[in-house]
Design a protein around this ligand. Structure first.
Ligand code: SF4
Ligand code: SF4
Length: 198
């Protein structure tokens, strides 16, 4: 086992859109969005989000929103809180996903996530060979602080999913286990949004 210890290279790449067709996800919970809207207003900067993780509720004909993602469609194609000189300008209150990065939550299926290493981070690319096929204990040792933050992020996701399952159990909502892309897009077009928080 190597003695690798994660240290951000401060390249800023994770705060920028990825060139090409792939769209970057910087997920935010609704309460994180609310905080950032206030800061963006104070700083007079354009901050916009779009839905990220959603579930169509066919009982109430609503789209349940779990997370949003930051729109990176500005002139610089980067997070509006990023500064070339200072890097992230909201360090203390940056979203859970940013605190955990380069660890992220990989979606296994609709209701399950697991902590994984994002290969798009420059540190990860630099030490790609050493970081390939490492086990959980090694991930914890290398990404100490980030792993703790990723665990909090995962715990919050699990609580939200649990809340959805409880609401289903009480017959207050109904989430389809199988859905076509066309159905999904149709619901997205027609139905109002409702946020779920824990
Ligand atoms: S909140 Fe900070 S760390 Fe997260 S994407 Fe924006 S600038 Fe980068
Ligand atoms: S891409 Fe990785 S190394 Fe570069 S700033 Fe982001 S977390 Fe740090």
């Amino acid at each position: 086992m190597n003695n690798l210890k994660y240290k951000c290279l401060k390249c800023g790449v994770c705060c920028f859109e990825i060139p090409g067709d792939y769209q970057k996800r910087i997920p935010l919970y609704p309460e994180e969005v609310e905080k950032l809207i206030v800061i963006a207003k104070e700083r007079n900067i354009r901050f916009q989000v779009i839905e990220d993780l959603v579930f169509p509720d066919i009982l109430n004909k609503k789209i349940i929103v779990i997370t949003y993602k930051i729109k990176l469609d500005n002139e610089n194609k980067c997070c509006p809180f990023y500064s070339e000189e200072k890097g992230c300008t909201i360090q203390e209150i940056k979203p859970m996903a940013c605190k955990a990065y380069p660890l992220s939550l990989k979606q296994e299926d609709a209701f399950h996530f697991q902590i994984s290493i994002d290969p798009l981070c420059n540190y990860v690319l630099k030490y790609y060979d050493e970081l390939t096929n490492i086990n959980l204990d090694q991930i914890k040792a290398i990404f100490d602080e980030e792993y703790k933050n990723a665990e909090l992020h995962l715990k919050k996701n699990k609580k939200l999913i649990l809340k959805i399952k409880q609401l289903e159990h009480l017959n207050k909502i109904k989430i389809l286990r199988e859905i076509t892309i066309d159905q999904f897009n149709d619901y997205l077009k027609k139905w109002d949004r409702v946020e779920i928080k824990v």
